[in-house]
Design a protein around this ligand. Structure first.
Ligand SMILES: NC(=O)c1ccc[n+]([C@@H]2O[C@H](COP(=O)([O-])OP(=O)(O)OC[C@H]3O[C@@H](n4cnc5c(N)ncnc54)[C@H](OP(=O)(O)O)[C@@H]3O)[C@@H](O)[C@H]2O)c1
Length: 379
């Protein structure tokens, strides 16, 4: 790690900002941005726009057009790759362009990288500078799903929930829709589209018959839907199963599930996986390993409270985003059970959304997070 010049910081911050342009489209690849600068003039900028498309470094070099890039500096938000994947190695492009200095905001923790690209650049006589401090933290924060998946093989889990001031997630009749209002619903649908998958428990699937799709403007893809359903109770005529042909559906069952029910779900188009383990948190961990091995790097966990509790007990919740509605519904249990409480939540309430990352220091080194809530008021 070296101290950066003020101009280095400006260009590196720009590379990080550019990386955001690929959000929701690059998975399982990371978000990456790059800027090529010579004699204090920006020659080209680029970012990784989509999985399979050229990497940010090549985009930035292409954007330099006919400019002479020999002797230029490249600023890049993630260590350049040195392997052949869907596209050729970025280290080759950097060397061929005659770049003399590369400033990198964060290292790539995956097996095929982990400093290899930087070593190749140094061997070619290119000066490599690693950033530290806030810029490095921002660059790592951009790619939390990619980083956790690369280190552990399991997806990053973002738990989202909507609750009332008295801590309820539904009324005694199971009404939960309007605990989140229109603005928070739109926000949550964007989060669905940014994640590889959305997960709920069978309790929620039976109570709400949800679609779990991202239904909001500007969405480029739909997440896989994952239902934790030990006994394969998900009805074949549920919206989830009926849509399984168009939008992938995974049902996580246990060994206790009746064979006929599991087979029927598969015939209807669902992927069925069997989670093993002696209790619910163990089965969550096992399911996440299988789901991660299938290439899913991030999950939006939408509850309900029972499944969310198992994920928390398993230590597998990495981030929480909570909508808090200024209404009180009463009743004796989290899902409005017991005596009392209103039947329906009045629509249109203003929410507060709060959230933050949970540290798991021994398991996968997340980036440091700014103190306090990351999201303030919705409106
Ligand atoms: N306000 C909100 O943000 C929000 C969000 C979601 C849901 N909700 C509401 O919450 C209510 C449903 O919540 P819920 O707690 O009853 O149901 P849930 O958490 O959706 O589902 C729980 C069920 O999942 C199954 N499951 C399978 N594998 C599991 C595992 N490894 N660990 C834990 N559970 C596993 C278990 O049933 P089996 O053993 O039979 O498989 C368990 O009973 C509904 O009224 C819904 O509207 C509110």
């Amino acid at each position: 790690m070296t101290t950066l010049l003020e101009t280095d910081e400006v260009h590196l911050a720009r590379a990080i900002e550019l990386a955001e342009g690929g959000r929701g489209r690059t998975t399982p690849n990371p978000l990456v941005g790059a800027v090529v600068v010579k004699d204090e003039t920006v020659l080209g900028e680029g970012f990784h726009t989509a999985f399979g498309a050229p990497h940010a470094e090549r985009e930035a070099l292409t954007a330099t057009g006919t400019a002479d890039t020999r002797g230029a500096t490249m600023y890049v938000s993630l260590e350049p790759c040195c392997h052949v994947g869907k596209t050729p190695p970025c280290t080759d492009a950097i060397v061929e362009a005659g770049i003399k200095r590369v400033v990198v905001a964060s290292e790539d923790p995956s097996d095929r990288a982990s400093g290899r690209g930087l070593g190749i650049l140094r061997d070619e006589g290119i000066e490599v500078v690693m950033a530290g401090g806030e810029l490095a933290a921002r660059a790592r924060l951009l790619n939390q799903p990619f980083r956790k998946h690369a280190r552990t093989g399991r997806p990053y889990v973002l738990f989202k929930s909507a609750m009332t001031l008295d801590g309820k997630v539904a009324t005694r009749t199971g009404d939960s829709k309007w605990i989140s209002g229109e603005a928070s619903r739109r926000m949550a649908h964007h989060w669905r589209a940014e994640c590889d998958a959305v997960a709920v428990g069978i309790g929620t699937a039976l109570a709400d018959d949800p679609l779990l799709t991202a239904r909001v403007e500007g969405v480029h893809r739909q997440p896989r839907r994952i239902i934790f359903d030990s006994e394969a109770r998900l009805p074949l005529d549920s919206q989830l199963v009926r849509g399984a042909g168009e939008i992938p559906l995974t049902v996580v069952i246990s060994r206790a599930a009746p064979r006929l029910a599991a087979d029927a779900l598969e015939v209807a188009g669902a992927d069925v996986i069997v989670a093993t383990g002696e209790n619910e948190p163990a089965r969550v961990r096992n399911a996440l390993s299988q789901i991660g091995a299938a290439g899913i790097t991030s999950i939006l966990l939408e509850g309900g409270p029972h499944l969310a509790g198992a994920f928390l007990d398993a230590g597998e919740v990495d981030e929480i985003r909570l909508f808090v509605a200024p209404v009180v519904v009463g009743g004796g249990a989290v899902v409005g059970g017991g005596a009392g409480g209103v039947d329906h939540v009045p629509p249109g309430a203003v929410q507060l959304v709060v959230g933050g990352h949970l540290p798991h220091p021994r398991r996968w080194t997340p980036a440091p997070v700014p103190r306090g809530a990351r999201w303030a008021r919705l409106r």
